[in-house]
Ligand binder design. Structure first.
Ligand code: PAF
Length: 281
């Protein structure tokens, strides 16, 4: 496995692989890697010849500077995991390498980016699209792999690829959970042992809501999740929306869509956690 910090060096190695007819996969990450990322890398390795994993904490997608400062950075451990999981190339550029000048490009994909995270993290998806489109231009992959935990991000990246005409396939991969249900996230590393126990109520409530939804209306199910989270000391709900899985617009009735997902964001202490659950489709 080779580690590159320089865009031109990476491009030139990938150009050689491409000339040899190799299929190239890109797995964009911000590091602090866990088994969720490992599952993306394994799938990418099974489906392609060369797996490039980018490890870059992208400043333009953090609307909260303190969040950017706190974001865990563990490059050495990340490289060990990536080597074990079969990555061929790690791309770990500096901020200056990725942004030699301010990226003034504006991305907007309404109505996908005007709801949920789009409301609570203004500018976040613009930053995600800035960095992901740059990574696509640098690596020019055949396929790129993203987790379904960031459900809205995945929908927006698919839309960006479609609208901007990138010639690559986006592969969405299922959420990986701990044995007790907690969705894997780099931010889990910021939870104390006590907070981690409290955070378990998020996935527990979502799982219970799937059963509940079988005998209750969509509104009642939304209320069930909201009141269950509100009842837990140490959790603060930012939003819970039950949306159409394609348009991400909130639904009023179960019969209004055949693909329905519940998306939640909760603060556990000061750590912002997101999760989602499929009700239909
Ligand atoms: O999902 C993430 O980790 C990031 O948003 C991504 C896609 C790597 C862009 O920085």
């Amino acid at each position: 496995m080779k580690v590159f910090n320089n865009i031109n060096e990476l491009k030139s190695v990938l150009a050689t692989h491409r000339l040899e007819g190799k299929k190239i996969a890109l797995v964009p990450t911000m590091g602090a890697l866990h088994q969720g990322h490992a599952s993306l890398v394994r799938k990418a390795a099974a489906e392609n010849d060369i797996v490039v994993v980018s490890v870059f904490v992208n400043p333009t997608q953090f609307n909260d500077k303190n969040d950017l400062k706190k974001y865990p950075r563990t490059l050495e451990a990340d490289c060990e995991l990536l080597e074990r999981e079969g990555a061929d190339i790690v791309f770990s550029p500096s901020v200056d390498e990725m942004y030699p000048e301010e990226d003034k490009r504006q991305f907007s994909f309404p109505p996908l980016d005007t709801v949920m995270e789009g409301i609570f993290r203004p500018g976040h998806f613009n930053g995600v699209c800035q960095v992901v489109s740059k990574l696509f231009m640098i690596a020019d992959p055949d396929k790129a792999y993203f987790g379904e935990k960031d459900f809205q991000q995945l929908a927006i990246i698919r839309e960006m690829v479609r609208k901007m005409g990138f010639k690559l396939e986006i592969v969405g991969c299922p959420i990986i959970r701990e044995m007790d249900g907690l969705a894997l996230s780099s931010r889990n590393a910021l939870l104390s042992a006590e907070e981690r126990k409290t955070a378990l109520n998020i996935s527990k409530t979502l799982f219970e809501s799937v059963d509940y939804s079988k005998t209750h209306t969509l509104r009642e199910t939304k209320g069930f999740v909201e009141s269950s989270i509100a009842a837990v000391d140490g959790l603060k709900l930012e939003y819970f929306e039950i949306v159409d899985g394609n348009t991400l617009q909130s639904l009023e009735e179960w019969q209004n869509s055949s693909y329905i997902v519940g998306c939640i964001t909760v603060f556990c202490g000061s750590v912002r956690l997101i999760d989602n659950i499929k009700y239909r489709g």
